[in-house]
Design a protein around this ligand. Structure first.
Ligand SMILES: Nc1ncnc2c1ncn2[C@@H]1O[C@H](COP(=O)(O)OP(=O)(O)OP(=O)(O)O)[C@@H](O)[C@H]1O
Length: 217
C-alpha cells in the first residue's frame, strides 16, 4: 500500500559560506502510512526541521520527490503546493507560533480565511479547542495563555481543515512533563484516527510513543 506521506530518494542540502554544502540527507526515503506516527530523532542540528520542511513542501529538496497521498509535489508550482498544504497537511512549527493580538479562536480559524469559511468552521474550531482542553480560553490572546495552552491552540489550528497528514516540530519542547504527556497522547490519538503523523523530537517519551523512527546522525 502507498504511504500517505512519502519522501522518495530525497537529498537535502544547505549552502555554507566558504565551504561545501551541508548535506542533511542523501538519497533518503521514508513512508508514513495512514494511521501511524513516525519520529525523526536526533541531536540538535541533525536535520530534523530541514526534513520536516521538505516533507511539508515548504522547501524543495535538491533531488528526489515528496508525495502526499501518492501525488508528487515536484511538478507543482509553489502556489498549488501552498493551497494543497493548507487542506492536506497540518503543520505545527517549533514553539507552535500563534499570531499576537488575535484570540485563541481567531488563531485556530486562520486556515479558513483564504476560502472564506470562517463562519462555517467556527463551531468546529470551538469544538476542537474544547476537545483539547482549552475550551475555556477561546477569547484569550496568546500572551494570556500558558506554553501548553499555546501548543494546544496551535494543534487545533493544524487540525481545523481535517488534514490527512500532521507534522509537528519538537511539540513537547518547553512543556512540563504532564503537559508534554498530554500532547504525546493527543498525537498518538491522531494517528489512531487514521492520520499520518510525522514528528521531530529528542523527547524519549515521544520517541517511544511513535510506531517507527529514524535516528539522524
Ligand atoms: N536555511 C538554511 N541555510 C543554511 N543552513 C541551514 C539552514 N537551515 C538549517 N541549516 C543547517 O542545517 C543543519 C540542520 O538544521 P535543522 O534545523 O534541520 O536541525 P534540527 O535537527 O531540527 O535542529 P534543532 O533540534 O536544533 O531544531 C544545521 O547545521 C543548520 O545550521
Amino acid at each position: 500500500m502507498t504511504a500517505r506521506l512519502e519522501l522518495d530518494s530525497v537529498t537535502i542540502r544547505h549552502p555554507r559560506d566558504g565551504d561545501t554544502d551541508l548535506e542533511v540527507v542523501a538519497d533518503w526515503s521514508l513512508g508514513v502510512p495512514a494511521g501511524t506516527m513516525h519520529c525523526l530523532a536526533g541531536r540538535s542540528g541533525s536535520g530534523k526541521t530541514s526534513i520536516l520542511r521538505v516533507a511539508a513542501g515548504l522547501t524543495r529538496p535538491a533531488a528526489g520527490e515528496v508525495r502526499w497521498s501518492g501525488d508528487g509535489l515536484a511538478d507543482l508550482p509553489d502556489d498549488r503546493i501552498t493551497a494543497r498544504r493548507r487542506s492536506e497537511v497540518g503543520y505545527l512549527d517549533q514553539g507552535g507560533a500563534l499570531v499576537d493580538g488575535m484570540t485563541a479562536l481567531e488563531n485556530v480559524l486562520l486556515p479558513a480565511v483564504p476560502d472564506h469559511r470562517v463562519a462555517e468552521l467556527r463551531p468546529r474550531a470551538a469544538a476542537l479547542l474544547d476537545e483539547l482542553g482549552v475550551g475555556g480560553r477561546l477569547a484569550h490572546t496568546p500572551d494570556r495563555l500558558s506554553g501548553g495552552e499555546r501548543q494546544r491552540v496551535a494543534l487545533a489550528r493544524a487540525l481545523l481543515l481535517e488534514p490527512g497528514i500532521v507534522m509537528a516540530d519538537e511539540p513537547t519542547a518547553s512543556l512540563d512533563r504532564t503537559t508534554a504527556d498530554g500532547v504525546i497522547a493527543l498525537l498518538t490519538g491522531l494517528a489512531a484516527t487514521g492520520i499520518s503523523v510525522l514528528v521531530a523530537s529528542h523527547d524519549a517519551r515521544l520517541i517511544a510513543a511513535a510506531d517507527t523512527r529514524t535516528d539522524l546522525a
